[in-house]
Design a protein around this ligand. Structure first.
Ligand code: HEM
Length: 466
């Protein structure tokens, strides 16, 4: 299909502003999905001066994601916005630069490092368990989302920086309070047609500046500690313990990274590892609260695999949590935290007979396809069984091309295994000890898009299992 033909399909907009007046950005993904029913799987959207081709067709999405880094880039406006805030790392790098960043980041997040830092991850898990025990024994309503964010930051900092932050046991003034100011503002700046913040700074912009400053200070501290450790123990230069050390060594010995790139990558990992994993867990917990029958099965699996232990404390055992993993997959099929990927053609290119001009902007929405019966049978049902390797679950349609919560192709998420590990650790601990009861009416919990798609605040009770 030619660009000329795509141009004619899509919601009718107004001169200059295009479709801007028809959209609320914190629900952008939903608008995009709803228009598919009217305009089909490929259509055009105009956000102010920028035209975007929206694509929800799984085979085309896959083909585009796999044609990176040569034929497609991340949206260059996103790179501009991120770089303006010092984020100069693997997520927004391109070409040869991306290859260098990617190699070192993927190594720092690999299974070997997860195994090596597992004892420290378990220490964080134990803190979380203690908090849940306190809340449950007092029969309190619990906003678990905040602690999920603390858990993911503590895990990322121990694995990636080799430093324990223990935000789970801190009161107030914690890094998450700054982190939560970042994503909504970054998402807004990527989407706003005119950089209004350069003309007028709102309270949100000012809070954002403070947050960036505080996080920057924290990253500097991490780097200083990392440098000191390498000074005191030069043998680490031959075999760095973690990603922070590896990146410092690569910068100093091989001049592969500038200071900006060291910081940019650390900030990238802090940001990429926090929200995504925490909100994915929050969605799973919310969906489980509506399904006592599925909780029964999780309880059973946790009892069988954890035995007399309060939480999983042997790395190898996580692969035995197959039902828990099926629940996670199913939850991410229905509530992927990254339902939109913003892409740009790096040259004139044709993909599956779709022609794109250099610089053509594309919004890929993967959630739509993952929630259609042509790709997943009875797609509106929350049915973890469909992910188990057996044939009697009544779900013949199972198109894995349509399931990409972690992206696809050479730039798929390098934190996938770590995220799955974290989610299994938390869900198995909850399942071993508690039943989840939702205290907020389910219908009042809604999706908020702010770079990641998160659930609005909700409260649960953790009821101790008899
Ligand atoms: C459930 C949790 C997570 C989800 C759903 C998720 C999802 C994603 C998605 C959709 C992408 C874009 C992939 C693409 O363009 O094809 C991505 C990229 C990335 N993620 Fe994750 N992510 C998660 C957790 C993590 C964690 C824990 C880390 C590290 C601590 C991480 C680090 C990254 C990085 C560095 C990239 C950029 C990769 C590149 O451009 O080469 N993510 N993630």
């Amino acid at each position: 299909m030619s660009y000329e033909k795509i141009k004619k399909t899509g919601p009718k907009g107004l001169p200059f502003i295009g479709n801007l007046h028809q959209i609320k950005f914190d629900k952008l993904h939903q608008y995009i999905e709803n228009w598919v029913d009217q305009y089909g799987e490929i259509y055009q959207l105009k956000l102010g001066p920028s035209k975007f081709t929206v694509i929800t067709k799984p085979d085309i999405i896959q083909a585009i994601l796999k044609a990176r880094p040569d034929d497609f880039l991340r949206l260059q406006k996103m790179d501009k916005v991120l770089r303006a805030e010092g984020v100069h790392g693997v997520f927004n790098a391109e070409g040869e630069e991306w290859k260098i960043h990617r190699k070192i980041v993927a190594k720092g997040l690999d299974v070997k490092h997860q195994q090596q830092f597992f004892p420290s991850i378990v220490k964080t898990l134990e803190r979380f368990y203690n908090k849940m025990e306190n809340v449950a024994s007092r029969n309190e309503e619990y906003c678990i989302q905040n602690d999920l964010l603390r858990f993911t930051v503590d895990v990322t900092t121990s694995l990636v920086f080799g430093q324990e932050m223990n935000t789970l046991e801190q009161e107030g003034g914690i890094i998450q309070e700054h982190m939560e100011k970042l994503f909504p503002v970054i998402f807004k700046r990527i989407n706003e047609p005119i950089p209004f913040h350069k003309i007028y700074r709102s309270k949100k912009d000012k809070d954002f500046d403070i947050a960036v400053h505080e996080i920057d200070k924290l990253i500097d501290q991490f780097i200083a500690v990392g440098r000191e450790r390498l000074e005191l123990n030069p043998i680490l230069k031959l075999n760095p313990d973690n990603l922070l050390e590896a990146i410092i060594v690569a910068a100093e010995e091989e001049h592969l990274f500038s200071d900006k790139e060291i910081k940019g990558n650390l900030l990238t990992l802090l940001m990429a590892g926090e929200d995504t994993t925490a909100h994915s867990m929050a969605w799973a917990i919310l969906l489980l609260s509506q399904r006592p029958d599925i909780q029964d099965k999780l309880n059973e699996e946790a009892d069988a695999i954890l035995g007399t232990d309060s939480f999983l404390n042997t790395y190898e055992k996580h692969s035995e949590l197959s039902y828990t993993e099926a629940v996670i997959n199913e939850s991410m099929r229905m509530k992927p935290v990254a339902p939109l990927l913003l892409i740009e053609a790096s040259k004139d290119v044709t993909v599956k007979e779709l022609q794109f001009k250099k610089g053509a902007k594309i919004i890929l929405n993967s959630r739509k396809g993952a929630n259609e019966d042509v790709n997943f049978s009875s797609s509106k049902d929350f049915n973890p069984e469909r992910w188990l390797r057996k044939t009697d679950h009544g779900c013949p349609m199972h198109n894995l091309d349509a399931y990409i919560p972690f992206g696809s192709g050479p730039r798929f998420c390098p934190g996938k295994n770590l995220a799955l590990l974290e989610m299994k650790l938390i869900l198995s601990t909850i399942s071993k000890h508690y039943r989840i009861e939702l205290m907020t009416p389910f219908d009042e919990v809604h999706e908020i898009m702010a770079f990641t798609m998160m659930a609005s605040d909700y409260k649960i009770k953790l009821v101790k299992r008899g």
